[in-house]
Design a protein around this ligand. Structure first.
Ligand code: MN
Length: 290
């Protein structure tokens, strides 16, 4: 039995940070959020000339987690808790903003100087009310630690949660699954997530048939599924491998108040976040050499 499909739509394309292009399936007019997931951005793929690569300089976050997964190129993250790391192709950085951080997300110095191709993703995972102000946490997940599940003609890189009897490496505050699924032409992938989870699939290469009606799913499209039992089945149709991010999570079902980089439960908490940031209570990034 197939898990029923709720909706299929194409991601919006817009500029973020200092002016880099992203494909954004949500939040958009098509989908406000996929509770507990607040935002998904595909960065690139884009090839930058020397001196042209752009990122997101110092900015704050409070109340959720940002998960950065890089497929091509190099990003360097620094934050006000002293967290620092270069994320290279295949690596993940799982940052719990919690109570509040100021961070910068920039192409590495080498990429800024020489240019090159960047391709990656950022997923925002909401924190439940009781955990919105937990201390910030920084988890670098090296590609060697990402669980690789291999099947005949398809594979899953499992970043977080349980899928196909395997556990992913990320420590999470919420019940979620986050995975990179690759299906070779002509092969069929099939897996299940808990029926109570909200689930979605974002395609970034190839095309496939999905669901009972064999709906065609193409690059830059997102499919959201009903909260119901059933297999998520993907039959790759294109000449190139089909690649997608799968996310599933138990909905928090709590009020969501958003203002830019802050996601809380009430407007008063947003106001407090803005005041705390303006007063410097989310810290600042230490200058080089100090
Ligand atoms: Mn950020």
């Amino acid at each position: 039995m197939h898990r029923a499909i709720k909706n299929i739509f194409t991601a919006a394309r817009q500029q973020e940070g200092a002016g880099f292009w992203v494909n954004r399936p949500f939040p958009t007019a098509n989908l406000d959020m996929l509770d507990p997931f607040l935002l998904l951005d595909e960065m690139g793929p884009e090839t930058f000339a020397a001196g042209e690569a752009k990122g997101a300089p110092d900015h704050p976050h409070r109340g959720f987690e940002t998960v950065t997964y890089i497929l091509e190129g190099e990003f360097e993250h620094k934050d006000s808790t002293g967290g620092h790391g270069v994320i290279t192709a295949g690596d993940v950085q799982w940052m719990t903003a919690g109570d509040g951080v100021v961070h910068s997300e920039m192409p590495s110095d080498a990429m800024q100087q020489k240019g090159g191709k960047l391709h990656g993703f950022q997923l925002w995972v909401n924190l439940p009310q009781a955990k919105k102000r937990v201390p910030p946490r920084y988890q670098p997940l090296d590609q060697k630690n990402i669980a690789l599940i291999e099947r005949d003609g398809w594979q899953v890189r499992l970043l977080a949660g349980s899928l196909l009897g395997v556990d992913g490496p990320a420590a999470t505050h919420t019940s979620i699954i986050y995975a990179h699924v690759t299906v070779q032409p002509g092969a069929i992938a099939s897996f299940e997530a808990p029926a109570t989870y909200n689930c979605g699939l974002y395609v970034f290469a190839g095309s496939a048939n999905v669901g009972e009606s064999n709906a065609l799913l193409e690059k830059q499209q997102f499919v959201s599924y009903e909260r119901a039992a059933g297999a998520i089945e993907i039959e790759a149709k294109s000449d190139e491998p089909f690649e997608a991010l799968f996310m599933g999570g138990e909905p928090l079902n709590e009020p969501v108040a958003r203002y830019g980089p802050f996601v809380m439960n009430t407007r008063a908490e947003l106001q407090e976040a803005v005041e705390d940031f303006n007063a410097g209570r989310m810290g600042k990034i230490a200058p080089e050499g100090l």
